[in-house]
Design a protein around this ligand. Sequence first.
Ligand SMILES: Cc1cc2nc3c(=O)[nH]c(=O)nc-3n(C[C@H](O)[C@H](O)[C@H](O)COP(=O)(O)OP(=O)(O)OC[C@H]3O[C@@H](n4cnc5c(N)ncnc54)[C@H](O)[C@@H]3O)c2cc1C
Length: 374
Amino acid sequence: MTHDVAVVGAGVMGCSTALHLARGGMKVALLDRGAICREASGVNAGTLTMQMTRAALIPYALRAHEMWLRMPEWCDGGDVLATACPGLSVAFTDREAAMLEERATARRAAGAPIELVTPARAREIEPGLSDRIIAAGHCPVDGFTSAYLTGRAFRPALLRAGVDLSEGRAVRGIDRGTGGFTLDTAAGPLHARRVVLAGGVWLEEMAAWLGLRLPVKVLVNQLVVTERVAPVMRTVLGVASGLLSLKQYANGTVLIGGGWQGIGDRRRGGLAVRAENFQGNVRLAAFTIPALKQARVVRSWLGLEAETADALPAIGPIPGVPDAWIIGSVHSGYTSGPYFGKLLAQTVLGQPPDLPLFPIDRLLAPAAQAQEDA
Ligand SMILES: Cc1cc2nc3c(=O)[nH]c(=O)nc-3n(C[C@H](O)[C@H](O)[C@H](O)COP(=O)(O)OP(=O)(O)OC[C@H]3O[C@@H](n4cnc5c(N)ncnc54)[C@H](O)[C@@H]3O)c2cc1C
């Protein structure tokens, strides 16, 4: 059997692309070497953030924010418990306050309703906040999901749309022939007229299968979760430096992140929490919300986040390879993920996308290098 399209990688980017392609009438194969949404898309902090999103991506993130909040409506009841709440990005120093102002101006121009507020106003919005802050950026459009539910939310909708979902099926390479592509997998070859590569931090090796060198940076992010505690906060909170993200779930646990780095790499995954970064992250959290000093940590984990050289997405056709596309590699990509997948699906279906894609030509190193590296 030949599929109309094979999507390689079942994170949020691959799942959304596959779902929208199947609903557009294509026979879709979605393959992942592990389980659906169990890499970055299932272990991330779930923040649906405008303040940490690049200004150029705000129009995408606003649409995606809406999609997450309405996920049960377009995903056959699939739910990640998306919660809308205000977001605050706080400054403790003059330098951070200047950063806030600069960022708020750029993001406001791109459509995010971010305003700078005084410390007193910030504490009205978030009474648990430290009295050491000197300024804050306030965005009423913020929120979070329970990211570990992402795969469970997508799976029934994918199956109902007729997507041929293969978990535990690693793709080892792709051959391009006259009638399309042959994917080499341990469970035998799979034929498809088109391919979409949606491999997160592994996009670099996937691009090499098609002779391209697409450098992808790997961040080994640490997250920390506390025991259940009485309500200590009601916003999504960050600091201007970007080194903190904080939210409290309905069950009382507080998720602490902010991109502090652990030990690991693309080949071996996340290996170990870096103790000094764990301490730095937790101390900054308790400095920002002092009531957190009483909370005990129950778990810390790692996940791999991809980033391109310019921190903007890689979404578009693969140059020189007709009928092949790529999607991913964007910092804070969970926020915009479902909308990016929808946009790429529109393109593959031959429709004009509602907003422009992010072609990857700008990111490519010389092709000859890919042959050597492969
Ligand atoms: C700890 C952490 C916290 C984060 N917090 C946030 C946040 O709060 N807000 C936000 O917006 N973003 C956040 N991010 C970023 C966000 O999670 C990612 O940008 C997004 O999930 C990427 O989705 P993806 O589908 O591109 O990649 P992934 O979810 O990584 O999916 C790629 C898939 O490809 C599969 N794959 C790889 N190789 C192969 C192969 N050879 N064959 C078949 N399948 C293969 C993998 O198994 C994987 O399932 C965070 C990331 C991390 C790691």
